[in-house]
Design a protein around this ligand. Structure first.
Ligand code: TH1
Length: 834
């Protein structure tokens, strides 16, 4: 149906165009209007939540008008668009970001002040949008910010989970999960009930002959679930470009089926059907770097991928172009293998629905997709049982088999008589339970595959995807080192530092060109500058200390060295190494004479992070950290010399308080296991130093900032295999200091030793897979260096400033430009200011 207003009536529309507020009075008018109409309240009934709601609605209205113009412009110019498919978008709060990006935070601050509110209190009312687990989801959010800020025509596609990542409570030192129901009031989403797609599941495939005498496959029967679009506007920084994040929500399709049941009086079962349909987008799977192969997860993946592709194809078809032009108009990036079914779904649409020949269709498909790999951990590599795929998506399984057949035929030609090669690279793993290997399918169906840091991209080429490098040549595989948006992670999280930097780097331009930070190096000799720098760090530590006091009741001295490790709890990230190190420090302090103790550097060890609910060992690690804190924090011999803090419910908005407040942060994964890491970048950008292993992006951070400005320790990735082998087949001797730590735990110093038996056992008796013992000595020595270095505050601050000055590379703007050039072949669509 043509919904466009005819030419003669358009003048009336133009005359009445919605005017965006641009000053304090305009802002206040909008807030009062929303309080008094949208919220149906008044000045006699307006608390901080209402002030937050009205402020957000005022800004949302602004974003929506910019959003509309952006979409019109992009449609009109008919340029290539990028579609970023991610099962996770860890957005955090939107209001502060929206205010800063449209450049009206000061206006809002003054306006709210006049209306009787403090802007910081208003901002704090917002619930985090936590539709992700950790780095992968936050990366997607940083990419959206950069895509909009750089004026790329781009959409994100994801799922609108009713429950995001669970809220973590710590009760008696244990993690307890609480559901995160966040949609009660969400002004940032725009329901589009008119944009909906029917998604089919189950059923069977029939072969029939069509009018042209061609055999075609028809997928019939099964059940239909409806996908409804919810749009979230994504404002760019200092540009009117406002992109779209489209999240799909599931509901029962309102077909006759339900209606009949209802009329037959089977009301309960009709409601049950509805609830079953809604289950698809009900909850985010809370596993980071782990795939558990649940049917509902596969349903989520197909539901989201099919709805998104329907939408993308519908948009393309409006342009009336030939199908072969599809890859010139559309670039789809797969954020890990979670959306890999999109490859199969597009092939299905092209051959079954649009009637293209297989080869022509496959050409379009492979030129459209790019695949980003984020992990080499075997337990995270997605594999789906063939039987499950057959049951849920019978037609897709056929297509997967065909893709595999043609692929293997090519391999057979290129590598004659290499049966083992065929077995190794087959998309179908011929195990007891046959499996579809999603990473292999993603490689075969994409034109580019990238890792997320140099070491990681090298590792995938030499290990898990080695055969594919032989098959396709090295050019198909590339690296795009991760980055972070400096708007949220510096300007928003650390406004005072951002202001100080601006005063030395020619204003806020550095937020758009982060390499301008290098101008800071000229000022390192400036004593007053260093003093201000140190003062801001101290103020940020005071802010965190206050948060710690409110959250845990423990008083920490902001003059201490703040040592922070916040990230998902995982054995490969080695929070256990950190806490064993803390225990060692505690024992060392205890063994000292009081006068010697007085000379020691006071330190606060801060931990934060969620454990997957089913990850027992990760939960034990949390328990040990809390158990150690309970003993150390009340030990009067120790006082301020050591405090151990576990911060509950680490999330994006807490990270914004935590990252600016570190002196040192820990990025200590077993070499070769952390693909990139991105919090390492956040901490350094905020003027903290890091202690880390030669892993992920730590290596490139070292290259950029210089090895004198980072504390590296531990074994290298290239030695890991031999060390593991030696643990199992040679003699495995445990570092003697670590042994003492274990003995102390076993003495019961930190509560029932039995609780921690498995953690100790993993190192002592079960092969120490994560090399905790191998790295312990080097780790403790390096912490010694940290202490010594911190005592010379002048030098320390100089290191911090130098590091920040050299962090320009790690902006997500650089990533997006690299993807744009090397993978998507898209260009920004610059806009004139109005
Ligand atoms: C993370 C990686 O562990 C991390 O090193 C990287 O910086 C980040 O992605 C962004 O590239 C991953 N998160 C997940 C989550 C799931 C599956 C695999 C990975 S890898 C669910």
């Amino acid at each position: 149906v043509e919904a466009s207003i005819p030419e003669p009536q358009r003048e009336a529309w133009q005359r009445n165009q919605v005017a965006n507020f641009a000053n304090k009075d305009g802002f206040e008018r909008e807030v009062v209007r929303h309080v008094e109409t949208t919220l149906a309240r008044s000045m006699f009934n307006c608390d901080e939540v209402a002030a937050y709601s009205a402020t957000s609605l005022a800004f949302r209205d602004r974003l929506i008008t910019d959003w509309n113009k952006t979409q019109q412009r992009q449609t009109f110019r008919d340029t290539k668009r990028v579609y970023y498919l991610s099962l996770e978008f860890l957005m955090g709060r939107a209001l502060d970001n929206a205010m800063l990006n449209v450049g009206l935070k000061d206006v809002a601050k003054d306006g709210l002040n006049e209306l009787g509110f403090r802007i910081e209190d208003v901002i704090k009312q917002e619930h985090d949008a936590a539709l992700g687990n950790g780095g992968l989801g936050r990366l997607a959010a940083c990419f959206l910010d950069s895509l909009a800020s750089l004026n790329y025509p781009a959409w994100g596609y994801g799922l609108r989970y009713r429950y995001g990542i669970f809220k973590q409570e710590i009760i008696d030192g244990y993690q307890v999960e609480v559901p995160d129901y966040w949609l009660d009031f969400n002004p940032w989403e725009f329901p589009r009930h008119d944009v909906n797609v029917d998604i089919q599941f189950f059923g069977h495939v029939n072969k029939t002959t069509n009018a042209d005498g061609k055999t075609v496959s028809v997928w019939e029967g099964g059940e239909i679930v409806q996908a409804v679009a919810y749009d979230v506007p994504i404002p760019g920084y200092d540009t009117p470009t406002t992109n779209n994040l489209r999240l799909w929500s599931s509901k029962a399709s309102g077909g006759e089926f339900d209606f009949q049941k209802f009329n037959n009086g089977d009301y309960e079962s009709s409601v049950a059907d509805q609830q079953r349909a809604e289950t698809i987008s009900a909850v985010l799977y809370p596993n980071d770097n782990l795939e558990r192969g649940k049917e509902l997860r596969l349903k989520q993946q197909y539901f989201w991928v099919a709805a998104s592709l329907y939408d993308i194809v519908r948009r393309f078809k409006k342009s009336k172009r030939a199908w072969r032009e599809f890859p010139e108009q559309v670039a789809i990036q797969l954020n890990d293998t979670h959306p890999t079914l999109a490859i199969v779904e597009l092939q299905r649409i092209l051959i079954d629905v649009e009637g293209l020949e297989w080869d022509a269709a496959w050409d379009i498909v492979t030129n459209t997709f790019g695949y980003t790999n984020h992990t080499v951990l075997p337990e995270a590599l997605e594999k789906w049982p063939v039987g499950l795929v057959q049951h849920l998506l019978p037609r897709h399984l056929q297509i997967i088999y065909d893709i595999n057949l043609y692929f293997l035929q090519k391999i057979e030609k290129a590598f004659p008589n290499d049966r083992d090669m065929l077995r190794r690279v087959s998309i179908i793993e011929e195990s007891q339970i046959k499996m579809v290997r999603m990473a292999f399918l993603a490689i075969v169906g994409s034109h580019k595959v990238n890792g997320v840091a140099e070491l990681h991209s090298d590792l995938i080429k030499t290990t898990i995807f080695k055969d594919f490098v032989q098959i396709y040549g090295p050019d198909k595989f590339t690296n795009v080192t991760n980055g972070i948006t400096p708007r949220r992670w510096l300007h928003q999280a650390n406004p005072r530092l951002s202001e100080l930097i601006a005063s030395k780097c020619g204003g806020l331009e550095f937020l758009k060109d982060l390499t301008l930070l290098n101008k800071l190096e000229q000022h390192i000799g400036d004593k007053e500058f260093r003093r201000e720098w140190a003062e801001i760090k101290y103020a940020n530590k005071v802010r965190l200390a206050k948060h710690i006091k409110d959250a845990t009741g423990v008083t920490v001295n902001p003059a201490s060295l703040f040592d922070i490790q916040v990230k998902r709890i995982h054995e490969y990230k080695r929070q256990q190494l950190n806490i064993f190190g803390v225990i060692h420090r505690y024992l060392t302090l205890k063994a000292m004479k009081p006068e010697e103790r007085k000379k020691q550097l006071p330190r606060v060890s801060i931990f934060g992070g969620k454990a997957a609910p089913g990850y027992w060992m990760a939960k034990q690690i949390i328990h040990l950290i809390n158990a150690v804190g309970a003993v150390v924090n009340k030990d009067e011999d120790i006082g301020d010399l050591l405090k151990v803090i576990f911060l509950e419910d680490y999330n994006v908005s807490k990270a914004e308080i935590i990252c600016p407040a570190s002196d040192i942060s820990e990025h200590i994964s077993t070499a070769g296991t952390e693909a990139s890491g991105t919090s390492n970048m956040k901490f350094v950008l905020n003027g903290g130093l890091i202690i880390g292993t030669c892993d992920g992006a730590n290596i490139e951070i070292t290259r950029e900032i210089g090895e004198n400005n980072i504390f590296l320790f531990g074994n290298l990735a290239e030695d890991v295999e031999d060390l593991r082998h030696a643990h199992t087949y040679g003699s495995h001797t445990i570092d003697s200091d670590l042994d003492k730590v274990f003995d102390e735990i076993e003495k019961g110093t930190f509560g029932t030793p039995h609780d921690f038996g498995a953690m100790i056992g993993a190192v002592r008796n079960h092969g120490d897979y994560y090399l905790v013992s191998d790295d312990f000595h080097s780790y403790m020595e390096t912490h010694q260096l940290v202490d010594e270095s911190y005592r010379n505050q002048d030098e320390w601050i100089a290191k911090c400033i130098t590091s920040v000055a050299r962090m320009g590379f790690f902006t997500s703007d650089r990533c997006i430009n690299e993807y744009g050039e090397e993978i998507w072949n898209v260009e920004p669509l610059p806009v004139e200011r109005n």
